[in-house]
Design a protein around this ligand. Structure first.
Ligand code: 9D3
Length: 245
């Protein structure tokens, strides 16, 4: 998988991507990361990348030409199937399903905007899709690009260890995680749940599924509505609810 990121802050993207799972995937050549600065594709003395909005109003808009020339350069090192994605608050919501689909593409170019936005003709003429990472305001597309790179990288074969990969396609898929505990056994008045202290793996698995179902029901009923629960899961959730009292 090759990622290109078109950004006015390439050092920001390079720095964060060098850590952890993404950093290791880049070192192992499972992932390639290229950075393209629209400022390098300007020809005026001030290397201008922004301009005032037609129609007036506050803030500045990223100019078409530096973005276009940067994305043309980024496309040169691509293979056949390149997907150009503009990251913006107006985009379609990024979900695990959307990212899983994107992970089948061999080359993804992410456009990180700054200022109030970019010239709409760049979105229309140069971009294949527009994605948002959620309904909140961040200051530019770089952090969104890093979110996409991280989440897609985790889906690539060979990136995660066996245990983490197995967890990815486990039966608790689409549910919130169960609570986790490690030593010590007691903190303030809080003890580790009894079932986790015994070695009954069947009981532990059932307890974890019950917690995952219960927390999803409490905190994210929207996720539960889109899931088909097994008879066993229905029973565990009923148990969780009656035990609340
Ligand atoms: C407060 C400024 N807003 C005016 C009503 C518009 C606005 C412009 C630029 C809001 C955010 C941004 C910068 N955001 C992104 O580039 C961005 C983003 C986001 O803010 N939220 C969720 N996903 C994304 S992806 C890129």
């Amino acid at each position: 998988m090759r990622f290109g990121v078109v950004t006015l802050f390439p050092e920001m993207v390079a720095a964060a991507a060098a850590y952890g799972v993404t950093g290791r995937a880049i070192e192992r050549n499972i992932v390639g990361l290229s950075l393209w600065n629209p400022r390098d594709y300007t020809s005026d003395r001030h290397r201008t990348v922004d301009d005032r909005p037609y129609g007036g109003g506050p803030g500045m808009v990223m100019k078409y030409q530096p973005l276009h020339d940067a994305v043309i350069a980024a496309k040169q090192e691509g293979t056949e199937s390149t997907k150009v994605v503009y990251l913006s608050p107006q985009g379609k919501p990024v979900t695990q399903a959307l990212l899983a689909d994107a992970s089948k593409t061999s080359h993804i170019i992410l456009i990180a905007g700054r200022y109030e936005g970019i010239d709409e003709r760049f979105v229309e003429l140069d971009c294949d899709d527009e994605w948002s990472i959620g309904d909140y305001v961040i200051s530019g597309g770089e952090l969104a690009a890093l979110v996409v790179i991280d989440a897609v990288t985790r889906l690539l074969p060979g990136v995660l260890g066996d245990e983490d990969s197995a967890q990815q396609d486990s039966h608790s898929d689409g549910l919130l995680d169960c609570p986790h505990y490690t030593r010590p056994e007691q903190i303030a008045e809080r003890l580790v749940p009894e079932v986790l202290m015994g070695g009954n793996h069947k009981d532990i698995e059932r307890w974890r599924m019950k917690q995952a179902l219960g927390r999803t029901w409490q905190r994210r009923p929207d996720l539960l509505k889109r899931k088909n629960l097994s008879a066993e899961q229905e029973n565990l959730l009923k148990e969780f609810i009656v035990e609340l009292v």
